[in-house]
Design a protein. Structure first.
Length: 261
């Protein structure tokens, strides 16, 4: 088992880490244990009807009911702490564009709640416990107080702009044959930058994107003037530069995202 010491480095609504020698002392530093289980952690893990979530999120936080003026939140909904700020920025941008009528309908669900929903609604409306993205803490169901999301202005805005903040429309209407899930215009999943931008530009689902990375092994993308270098690794190695983000895919390997300086 290999141990690296990292400190948090935030860049464009995504979380990157600054590598430091393990002998140094850094303010607010923390440790990541790089081991076989980490393949099941990260913003790019795939959870679907064929790939089960291996363990629950460990860093959940409640979405504050007053965290955005244009969002109705009438219950306690939890998400991974790292996506709270990108979510806030997304709603603030919508408000700046005059879009005011969002509503959070669901976010993190524990195994018991997911099992209950599946039992009550069946496979047409819910996934079995362990196979739902809502158990990752990375998915949010976003509705409109003005109508259903198949016609709402809020849905149109999200479809156009969510990728700018690291979110993807997880189950598009024209990708049912890939996802196995009916069109859900309300279900948004955080994957982070630059991955959300690449997926939107190339019209890829998360499954298709991971397949692309597995095939190419290396991929470059410029987003907002920042050059990203993405590598797919079956075994984790240290990036050649200092700024990086690592996510497992919950299947076979890791996605290492480097900011090229």
């Amino acid at each position: 088992m290999k141990k690296i010491i990292i400190s948090t480095f935030i860049l464009i609504s995504s979380y990157f880490f600054f590598y430091e020698d393990s002998s140094s002392t850094i303010e607010n530093e923390f440790s990541i244990q790089v081991n076989s289980n980490s393949i099941h952690n990260g913003n790019l893990i795939v959870v679907n009807k064929d790939t089960k979530l291996q363990h629950d999120p460990t860093n959940l936080t409640v979405i504050p009911k007053n965290f955005a003026n244009n969002v109705l939140i009438d219950s306690d909904y939890y998400i991974e702490e790292g996506i709270l700020e990108p979510l806030r920025q997304m709603f603030q941008a919508a408000e700046s564009d005059g879009i005011y009528h969002f509503r959070i309908n669901s976010a993190y669900r524990d195994e018991q709640l997911q099992a209950q929903l599946y039992e009550e609604n069946g496979s047409d409306y819910a996934q079995p416990a362990g196979f739902s993205e809502h158990q990752t803490g990375l998915a949010v169901d976003i509705g409109s107080t003005q109508g259903t999301m198949d016609t709402a202005t809020e849905a149109a805005w999200l479809a156009e702009h969510a990728a700018e903040f690291g979110f993807i429309l997880r189950y598009p209407a024209h990708k049912i044959h890939i996802t196995g899930i009916s069109f859900e215009p309300w279900h948004y999943r955080y994957v982070g930058l630059p991955h959300s931008i690449i997926m939107k530009e190339k019209d890829l689902t998360l499954e298709e994107y991971i397949t692309l990375l597995k095939q190419k092994k290396e991929y470059s993308q410029e987003v907002n003037g920042v050059n990203y270098f993405i590598q797919y690794e079956e075994e984790l190695v240290n990036p050649e530069t200092n700024y990086f983000d690592i996510s497992g895919d919950n299947q076979n390997g890791y996605i290492v995202t480097t900011v090229e300086k």
